[in-house]
Design a binder for this molecule. Structure first.
Ligand SMILES: Nc1ncnc2c1ncn2[C@@H]1O[C@H](COP(=O)(O)OP(=O)(O)OP(=O)(O)O)[C@@H](O)[C@H]1O
Length: 226
């Protein structure tokens, strides 16, 4: 999927969260790094239309995030910084079923869809648990299951390995690596983005670097610790 930023800019009142940005993205894995408050989440939320550009436009394969809001939402999945907040139903299986159910899928087709993503992510053993019975990494995977069951073309992760121990981190990293969908991953975990095809560095609301992971990480280090 081709994601295009055309002089896209975001202002919150007088504060410019994202300076006008021209960019075209189509890589399978795109990392996004930068200091706290540098504009990463704002950038990511522009892609699924959760944040609308104050000026300019953002398109996904030609679909405009403002004019074609619904189509854009159905093509994008977003895993928030705290996935516990996006799991709304008390039992994981029911939460995963919620999206397809509200699109009219029921009966055997619904069971198959839910079982399919549980198996894909290796979390069938979590299906009947409650969110508070899951580890941080398991919560990420449960939220991911509820997102991919609706069939998005692209998945956006906002700090998926934040506060995870090494085992949970490895589990989430493996799940992201195995995803057939295009993915954009915002992270402070530099090891995680080091394997991605393209890494963007944001700084003070501007795109400060766009290129390969090693150069991006070096640039970020210089910006963080000059
Ligand atoms: N809804 C909002 N209203 C006002 N200001 C906002 C809003 N959302 C973000 N900002 C501001 O825009 C700037 C960029 O925020 P953003 O969340 O995009 O940064 P970030 O790089 O994702 O940070 P972090 O790594 O801390 O998550 C920050 O100064 C933030 O305070």
């Amino acid at each position: 999927m081709q994601i295009t930023f055309d002089r896209a800019e975001v202002r919150f009142g007088a504060h410019v969260a994202l300076q006008p940005l021209d960019l075209a993205l189509e890589e399978h894995r795109i990392g996004v790094i930068g200091l706290n408050g540098s504009g990463k989440t704002t950038f990511a939320r522009l892609i699924n239309g959760l944040v609308k550009p104050s000026a300019g436009r953002v398109t996904l394969d030609g679909l405009d995030t403002v004019k074609d809001e619904k189509a854009v939402l159905s093509k994008t999945g977003f895993i928030f910084q705290n996935p516990a907040n996006q799991i709304i139903l008390p039992i994981i299986r029911d939460d995963i079923a919620f999206g397809p159910k509200s699109r009219g899928i029921k009966g055997e087709a619904l069971t198959q869809a839910v079982d399919g993503v549980l198996t894909q992510l290796g979390i069938t053993h979590l299906a009947d648990r409650r969110p508070h019975e899951l580890s941080g990494g398991e919560l990420q995977l449960a939220a991911l299951a509820a997102v991919i069951v609706t069939g998005p073309d692209i998945v956006i992760f906002d700090e998926p390995t934040n506060q995870l121990d090494l085992r949970n981190r490895a589990m989430v990293q493996a799940a992201i690596d195995a995803l057939p969908q295009q993915a954009i991953i915002i992270s402070h975990d530099l090891d995680l983005v080091s394997g991605y095809g393209r890494v963007l560095v944001f700084h003070q609301g501007r795109l400060a670097f766009d290129g390969g992971p090693q150069d991006a990480i070096a640039r970020y280090r210089k910006l963080a610790l000059p």
